[in-house]
Write a protein that binds this ligand. Structure first.
Ligand SMILES: C[S@@+](CC[C@H](N)C(=O)[O-])C[C@H]1O[C@@H](n2cnc3c(N)ncnc32)[C@H](O)[C@@H]1O
Length: 209
């Protein structure tokens, strides 16, 4: 069952979540974050793009000398990330409101890219992943951390059933990982189960162009 998520719906949802996002989502999502950033294997001064950076909960996890660009569709979420970057006094961080489906970056501009808990919250995951591939250099790492549709029959069906409700709340509960990656030409080099009940999967791909 495919339930479409609209851009305006996402903007409205995250405008609403921005003031409370860290209170509600930080503790649930925290364990996977460290592992996801570690998988980038950043060697400063490499450049990294974070897609859908939200309130910037990953900011403290980056090596200080790496050059980070973070983008997000939601001004309200990004405002929180700007505050956090200022508090952490991170000099090499650039934050921009931008739709990840059509990024304002050159081909091969970044050494690597990451999206944590974002790919199921974007209206067009195929377009976002194609853009991530375009802006990351050949051989660069792309890391995705997300809840994906279960490959087991019963949990997968449950995720399909709750999809219309989740879509209203701003994310897709039943995004299938393998067909999506195949569609954009990404092959996972690593898939690791993370977080509470192993309910999220960390995926590391190398951008082979
Ligand atoms: C669940 S939040 C995850 C935030 C952050 N990555 C984290 O780990 O906490 C999803 C984020 O994706 C952003 N987003 C959704 N669609 C987007 C798009 N097309 N372009 C850029 N950001 C988008 C939302 O505004 C929101 O901040």
């Amino acid at each position: 069952m495919d339930v479409a998520l609209e851009k305006r719906q996402v903007e409205r949802a995250y405008e609403f979540y921005a003031p409370v996002y860290d209170l509600i989502f930080d503790w649930i999502f925290a364990p996977g974050r460290q592992q996801a950033i570690a998988q980038l294997g950043l060697k400063p001064p490499e450049t990294v793009l974070e897609v859908g950076i939200g309130t910037g909960l990953n900011l403290p996890l980056y090596p200080a000398a790496c050059r980070l660009t973070g983008i997000d569709l939601s001004q309200e979420m990004l405002d929180k990330a700007v505050e956090r970057a200022q508090k952490l006094a991170m000099p090499n961080v650039t934050l921009k409101v931008m739709d990840a489906t059509s990024m304002d970056f050159a081909d091969n501009e970044f050494d690597s890219a990451i999206a944590t808990y974002t790919i199921s919250a974007v209206p067009d995951p195929v377009a976002v992943l194609r853009e991530m591939r375009r802006v990351v250099k050949p051989g660069g790492v792309i890391v995705l951390l997300n809840h994906w549709r279960s490959e087991r029959r019963v949990p997968g069906r449950v995720e399909d059933l709750v999809a219309p409700l989740c879509t209203r709340l701003g994310w897709k509960s039943n995004l299938s990982m393998k067909p999506l990656l195949a569609q954009v030409g990404l092959t996972p080099e690593l898939i690791a189960k993370v977080n509470l009940f192993n309910g999220w999967r960390l995926v590391k791909c190398v951008n082979r162009k």
